[in-house]
Ligand binder design. Structure first.
Ligand code: GDP
Length: 366
């Protein structure tokens, strides 16, 4: 039987078929005496972490392994997709370890957003999901904003312990770690070492912090409820803001509907003429119609007038969430897409989002 070749970096079995998966190496590299997977190659030569995804089962094993260690857990979430980028079950796996919560992509928020309110909301969401966040920080991994501060806080909070960075795919975990590496000033040669995790095929990549401890990158898990999975890679550009979002104000009469592409729908049911402020990607097409026509329009025009998605077959049916808004300035948050701020209280609305995508209320961030 042919012996399985393993990466000398992370120990993953080498495969040449799927670039997105663990252990990928180009076929030409198999001629060499020692083989290194593309992920380790990039880390070694470019100081760049690449994300790979794992089966849920392997991921659970890694998370429960972290629970058995004495470490600081740093969890990265996308502030536009808090629920969609939450790791289901993480509260069970953290054990007694401290958790630092990082909200990434802060560069996309309008300047008027109150950052303290955002971190307070993140803390309370985490608590609702069963986790106490020791500290919450906002960063832009892409722009480097807040990373120096976070590097210092990690060093303080870890108190000499190891650090595990966890997060779903697409939250910017790799960009975050690449940015941290720069802040930590870790020497390139030092970087590539590995640690074995019992029960998985994966050895985690670790980045030495000092003689005794290290920062571990864990692979991102796919959260199947993320809005991002319902559209093609090209369409993702329309729903994931690329630059600071510009709030859009709509004056609506009762019984009017706004479609956010074909991915979500906001019905204004009753409450007189009121203003609503949409905070979504500037590239997402917002279509206004009468509530009584909305079902038919969706049925006939999902995929053309109402897109993304242009291929609606993968989209789960929209689920309706009805609310009476009691407080002024309330955000109706559709995870992965953005939020609609309801300015005045006493209105009845319904938000429709693909089944599995969270729709929640929060006090306005502005
Ligand atoms: P990972 O799958 O969690 O490792 O995510 P990546 O680091 O590959 O980033 C996912 C996507 O988010 C990429 O398109 C990045 O360019 C983008 N991204 C990452 N960090 C930021 C950020 O701070 N701001 C913005 N606007 N985009 C970011």
């Amino acid at each position: 039987m042919k012996e399985q070749i393993k990466c000398i970096g992370c120990g993953a079995p080498i495969q040449t078929e799927n670039k997105e998966e663990l252990g990928y190496a180009p076929p030409s590299s198999l001629k060499r005496d020692v083989v290194i997977c593309q992920r380790c190659f990039r880390l070694k030569h470019y100081n760049e972490i690449q994300d790979v995804s794992l089966t849920d089962d392997d991921y659970r094993k890694i998370l429960s392994g972290i629970g058995d260690t004495d470490a600081l857990v740093v969890k990265v979430v996308d502030i536009f997709d808090f629920n969609g980028s939450w790791l289901p079950g993480i509260h069970r796996y953290i054990g007694r370890n401290k958790l630092m919560l990082i909200g990434n992509k802060v560069d996309l928020l309008p300047k008027s957003v109150n950052k303290n309110r955002l971190t307070q909301w993140m803390s309370s969401m985490a608590r609702e999901l069963g986790v106490k966040a020791e500290e919450v920080h906002l960063v832009s991994a892409a722009k480097g904003t807040g990373l120096l501060d976070v590097a210092e806080r990690i060093d303080e909070l870890r108190g000499g312990r190891d650090v595990y960075v966890v997060g779903c795919t697409n939250v910017g975990k790799s960009t975050f770690i690449n940015g941290l590496i720069k802040q930590l000033g870790t020497e390139q040669e030092d970087i590539i070492t590995t640690s074995h995790f019992p029960g998985t095929t994966l050895n985690l990549i670790d980045i030495p912090l000092d003689e005794e401890s290290a920062l571990f990158d864990t692979p991102g898990i796919i959260n199947h409820h993320q809005m991002a999975h319902f559209v093609s890679k090209d369409e993702l550009k329309f729903i994931m803001p690329k630059k600071e979002i510009k709030p859009m104000v709509f004056q609506l009469n009762e019984a009017q509907t706004l479609f956010l592409g074909g991915l979500a729908r906001f019905d204004y049911i009753s409450g007189g003429r009121r203003s609503f402020v949409c905070h979504v990607s500037n590239d997402l097409n917002i279509h206004r119609t009468k509530l009584e026509n909305a079902d038919e329009l969706y049925q006939n025009h999902l995929g053309d007038l109402l897109s993304p998605p242009s291929e609606p077959d993968n989209l789960p049916p929209l689920k309706r969430h009805e609310f009476t808004i009691k407080e002024k300035d309330t955000d109706v948050v559709i995870s992965g897409l953005g939020w609609v701020t309801v300015k005045e209280p006493g209105v009845r609305i319904a938000a429709h989002a693909p089944e599995g995508v969270a729709v929640t209320l929060r006090p306005s961030l502005i």
